[in-house]
Design a protein around this ligand. Structure first.
Ligand code: GRF
Length: 201
């Protein structure tokens, strides 16, 4: 299946998707960034994946930018659009257009800690566990059907940095797995998720 990745930064999750691609049922056919010069684009270049920047600052409003992004993505004819550290709120039109084909990974155990600063919030609230969630994207931020979650214990000595490091290591395992399971047809879904295979791991 054809996968397009959207990012805004470092692209460590893109790298995990690239690394797992040979053993998976997906092909990353394009990478788009809304920010120029980010390291994620270099990762795409190194893997010979077509990539480009569509800078949101070149557009007068979110709707126009998203429409341009949508048309550019459509030219690649993707089965799935995978957000990998894409730090833009998406417009309803964009989300509706890719409904059921648009997924994200969020660094918390949703529905806990939607939005930014999840590590700070988990530590401030004294959470005993934290983690990451792969989910479908819907109009409501970080609220679409959950595909896969992974959790780990928070240690008393944890800082934002140590917690983030451990959660990111888990993200790099579960995101390629989730994308592969979708692309291989082992799970289906949109508003809710059904595993067709009882042993995804
Ligand atoms: C990941 O932690 C993901 O959960 C969040 O953005 C981060 C992206 O990191 N949505 P990177 O840019 O892929 O390194």
């Amino acid at each position: 299946k054809r996968v397009v990745v959207l990012l805004s930064g470092n692209g460590s999750t893109l790298q995990a998707l690239i690394d797992q691609q040979p053993d998976s049922h997906y092909d990353i056919v394009g990478v788009f960034s809304n920010r120029p010069g980010v390291f994620g684009l270099q990762r795409a270049a190194r893997a010979n994946i077509p990539h480009c920047t569509i800078n949101h600052q070149d557009f007068s409003d979110r709707g126009t930018f998203d429409q341009h992004m949508l048309q550019s993505i459509d030219q690649l004819n993707p089965d799935y659009v995978v957000l990998a550290g894409y730090m833009r709120i998406l417009s309803s039109d964009f989300i509706r257009h890719f409904s059921g084909r648009l997924i994200n990974i969020h660094p918390s155990l949703l529905p806990k800690h939607k939005g930014l600063n999840t590590y700070q919030n988990a530590l401030a609230l004294g959470d005993r566990e934290h983690g990451t969630t792969v989910h479908f994207v819907t109009d409501e931020l970080d609220s679409g059907a959950i595909i896969l979650q992974a959790s780990l214990p928070v240690h008393p000595v944890d800082t934002v940095q140590t917690l983030e490091q451990r959660v990111k290591a888990m993200e790099q395992k579960i995101y390629p797995l989730a994308v592969d399971c979708l692309c291989s047809g082992r799970l289906i879904g949109k508003d809710s998720v059904v595993w067709l295979d009882n042993h995804p791991l």
